[in-house]
Design a protein around this ligand. Sequence first.
Ligand SMILES: Cc1cc2nc3c(=O)[nH]c(=O)nc-3n(C[C@H](O)[C@H](O)[C@H](O)COP(=O)(O)OP(=O)(O)OC[C@H]3O[C@@H](n4cnc5c(N)ncnc54)[C@H](O)[C@@H]3O)c2cc1C
Length: 462
Amino acid sequence: MIERPEWKSLTQIVGSEHVLADPYDLDRYSGDALTPSRAFGAEAAFERLADLVVRPGSTAEVSQVLAWAQDAGTPVIPYGGGTGVMGGVLPVRGGVILDLRRLNRILEINPLDMTATVEAAVVLEDLEDALFERGLMPGHDPYSVPIATVAGTISTNGVGYRAGAHGPMGDQVVAMEVVLPDGRIITTRSVPQYSSGPNLNHLFIGSEGVFGVITRATIKVFRLPESQVFAAVDFESFDQGFRASAELHALGIRPTLLDLTEDEDRIRLYLLFEGFREGVTAQEKRARQVCSEFGGRDLGPEPTLDYWADRHESAENYKRTALGKSRKERWNRRRARGFDYLHLGLPVSQVLEYRRQAEKILSSYRVRVVEYAIWSRPELFSMMVVPEEDGDDDFRKNFGNAVERVLTLAQDMGGVMEYCHGVGIKLNHLLAREMGVGHDVIRQWKQTLDPANILNPGKLGM
Ligand SMILES: Cc1cc2nc3c(=O)[nH]c(=O)nc-3n(C[C@H](O)[C@H](O)[C@H](O)COP(=O)(O)OP(=O)(O)OC[C@H]3O[C@@H](n4cnc5c(N)ncnc54)[C@H](O)[C@@H]3O)c2cc1C
């Protein structure tokens, strides 16, 4: 049994300066980058604010806070960078926001093991800077590098620009230290593969903090590439660009960056090859040949060089104008006119058919797709959608219905409604539909680990 500091106050555990109850703090912590205008039907989740914000400074303090919360029956919501776009940190039943940002030390960089061990809330950019000095880099490079944390990105299993070669954030995880809902601490072992029982890292990857609070992680790191080759190719149709991307993947070519984007101006494939010189040369040569076979027009490196240089701009902007500000300020910066950005995962064989059916549905709701994309691998398909008309509540409801129809279409075609941002409050109502009996299983795990449902309640459909 764990030793509990019986009803020790939170102030005693973390120090009074790390317990915040000011209405301004409660407001700004009670949400992330999701705005009510994109929450379609889940707007009520924004009504409840946190009762307290608690800022632990060590794993032991996290453990004591959770043990206290079990006794008190108080919800606890893990909070990393607060940059999630699905409302994963919303305190839908009140309680304590557990701000982990004091856990921000880089504990070890090991160039032989090719790993870095860090505390939960190290910001990706800080890790990147520290690795760079040692000739290394992380494998996860989302737009949100300047603002998102290591444990937050593990908890949403995010995808970034280098996922073509290195996979999503979950693939980078080697080991973790996690505080369970009752305060016990578990650690997994720092080896990439074992067959002595299931790999418990997967209980926490993409689980949005409902099964435990990650306090440390050991993640893979990579050598700075010996060679980098940028390429850009235009296609006449999305289908051609998609088929070229699928062929690259089937051949086993793994560009670090693979981004096929169709917008109002063009259909362009952005590619970056990285690694040891001979490997890069061979991959890029064959990739150019494949693209040309599918009708691609080689544009040289410049478009991708520009794209690469600007890739974190939206997050720099978010950091300047929104991060840490009141919810009203964050919500007001969004354009009043609705838009949504959907990230569907589908079998390769279904992607183009999905696009056709989704387009038909969206146009029947007078919703326009302003961007289509494939990111990192052919199964990962996204659409940026906007309603044709500005509008009142009825228009927004119509827009929300259109979005829901295409999310469930992806499920019905054997895919998933979201590939990198998690479920949060926005997609909560659709998770059981997607997982089927699998959802019963995760509910049973939750019941076993957290019978009083104190850790991030109201998330993952629980
Ligand atoms: C401008 C911008 C650009 C973005 N670009 C991308 C992108 O390219 N790719 C991408 O995948 N996402 C992107 N996102 C979304 C966001 O950055 C990611 O979802 C990110 O993974 C969230 O990290 P965070 O540290 O901010 O987590 P938070 O928002 O704080 O939390 C996310 C979830 O994880 C849980 N959590 C946080 N810390 C812990 C912990 N220590 N233990 C257990 N659970 C925890 C929270 O409870 C919540 O459910 C972007 C967001 C913005 C605002």
